[in-house]
Design a protein around this ligand. Structure first.
Ligand code: SAM
Length: 500
């Protein structure tokens, strides 16, 4: 029984808002000038927000609440009195056009939607999700959210935005801050008629016992002037914003003021290309570690004795994040470029080939589509740049902007794993120069203004590619030096150590 209850709490994201918080939010909305004659709470629970809204907006002419749990509907009805219209209903099945058709607005759609992801619902085998037919009508959720895993609340807020585009009003919801940002990105990308938004940070641990970055998200729709910016306040009580996020040059910006100071550095990197490291999806077989006794072991703890030809020193994300050079970790690199025939390994390194054949079952079991219809033992993300003797690298797994210079180890180029981004360089001088550009204050300030620290992976190749190193060099009055390196081109210049 208790187990059922816990499961329901999770699948319905059932964390009721404390009345004091609901009241503080509604008082703030009234202070901000939100003055809606029609109020709706689409997942109203036990009615904390509806009760607070009745107090804060005494002149409202219609107050509606919908909630999936029938017991909560009765409880909420008792709490708010008979004139508020409460209904038991499922968000995903409710005829919202009919509900909003009951008043011409403007509407205040407020509350606290369930904080649960479709992945978590999958684990619980719960069906508290948008239906398949909805997905199709919306041309696939990935088209809307850009990914397969999504927060239910994000989906709900995007629907609310659609409703208000046909009328007018405000969305005011307690959500994860990342959800607020995704909804904003979607609205800004679509050039929706949204006004200047606001994010007020909320202490979710204090109010809900949840360790998430949460906020009150206020989004005016068809109200006032259209804006591509959102003020960020450090608390509900804060009088002035601590900063603003926005959408400029087709990207989400975490610090609008700093972004505009350095916006002239945004541009294409024609000469230097950020690359990802090598992907193999089989560290048990493809990665080797040399112990203090000099023995080389694979991830299965087996001793490996193979030719050096296809074995390269490697660094992982954690090494690059700490700026650590090591000479005890290696990767077997079976190709010089994607798709190259691996049969050549058998000819120049028979022991390596035997090792690969003996462990073929692990490599064959790799599920990713990138290995389908490719030569056996293929890897990915490999090219001439992978074998550049010098590189400037950064980990995509860590938040810190630690750029690192990587040079050869034992006379061989160091191979970086696929969680690392890098620029390839021919010489140490060139690597020092590139490093001086990416560590310069203008570069770091601009990239910081484009990063959201609470994103799972804030540093991406896409982001790095946005800043032109040529323009950074110009700003630092280093154009001549830049040109002398850049004119040599990127790939095809390195002597590949493979097969040497
Ligand atoms: C985070 S609680 C918030 C409740 C209330 N809004 C408040 O602020 O106290 C989320 C509420 O959404 C309800 N809910 C979850 N899935 C729903 C659905 N598909 N349709 C309608 N309500 C739903 C839950 O039962 C729960 O009461």
């Amino acid at each position: 029984m208790a187990e059922h209850k816990d499961r329901d709490v999770l699948q319905y994201g059932d964390f009721q808002t404390p009345p004091e918080l609901a009241s503080e939010v509604c008082t703030l909305l009234a202070r901000l000038g939100v003055n809606a004659p029609a109020i709706l709470e689409p997942t109203c629970g036990r009615g904390a927000f509806l009760a607070a809204a009745i107090d804060a907006f005494p002149s409202a002419r219609i107050i509606l609440g919908v909630e999936i749990n029938a017991d909560y509907v009765s409880e909420a009805q008792k709490r708010v009195g008979p004139w508020a219209q409460l209904e038991q209903g499922d968000f995903f099945l409710t005829d919202w056009a009919g509900v909003l058709g009951r008043d011409c607005g403007p509407w205040l759609i407020l509350g606290n939607p369930p904080w649960v992801t479709n992945a978590a619902l999958g684990v619980l085998k719960s069906a508290n999700l948008p239906t398949k037919s909805n997905f199709q009508r919306l041309q696939g959720l990935e088209a809307i959210t850009g990914k397969a895993n999504f927060d239910i609340s994000e989906w709900m807020l995007l629907r609310q935005l659609d409703w208000l585009k046909k009328s007018s009003g405000w969305i005011a919801m307690l959500v994860k801050t990342s959800v607020a940002r995704k909804v904003l990105r979607q609205a800004w990308r679509q050039c929706d008629p949204v006004g200047r938004a606001a994010i007020y940070k909320v202490d979710a641990m204090f109010h809900f016992g949840a360790s998430v970055d949460a906020c009150l998200f206020v989004l005016p729709v068809n109200v006032g002037r259209t804006s591509f910016e959102c003020d960020v306040f450090d608390a509900l009580k804060a009088d002035s914003p601590s900063g603003a996020i926005g959408f400029h040059d087709d990207m989400l910006v975490s610090d609008v003021a700093s972004f505009f100071r350095h916006r002239h550095l945004v541009g294409h990197n024609d000469d230097y290309v950020w690359r990802s490291g090598v992907k193999h999806d089989c560290s048990k077989v493809m990665e080797l570690v040399k112990g203090a006794d000099g023995r080389v072991l694979n991830g299965l703890k087996e001793r490996v004795e193979i030719e050096h030809t296809f074995v390269f020193p490697m660094l992982k994300s954690s090494d690059v994040a700490r700026g650590r050079v090591r000479n005890d970790r290696f990767m077997i690199v079976t190709q010089k470029e994607v798709g190259e025939d691996t049969a050549g390994v058998a000819l120049c390194a028979p022991s390596t080939w035997r090792y690969l054949i003996e462990h073929g079952q692990f490599l064959d079991a790799r599920g990713s589509i990138i290995y389908k219809n490719k030569p056996r033992f293929s890897i990915f993300g490999v090219g001439a740049y992978s074998f550049a003797p010098w590189k400037v690298a950064i980990s995509g797994f860590y938040k810190e902007l630690n750029f690192m210079k990587v040079g050869p180890v034992g006379g061989k180029p160091v191979i970086l794993d696929d969680t690392i981004y890098f620029i390839s360089c021919r010489t140490e001088d060139e690597a020092d120069f590139v490093l001086s550009l990416v560590r310069s204050p203008p570069y770091l300030e601009l990239i910081s203004a484009m990063i959201f620290n609470d994103d799972k992976r804030s540093i991406t190749a896409d982001l790095l590619k946005r800043i032109s190193l040529k323009l950074v060099a110009e700003e630092l009055r280093l154009s001549d030096r830049y040109s002398s390196y850049a004119k040599q081109g990127e790939t095809g210049q390195f002597s590949l150590a493979l097969g040497a």
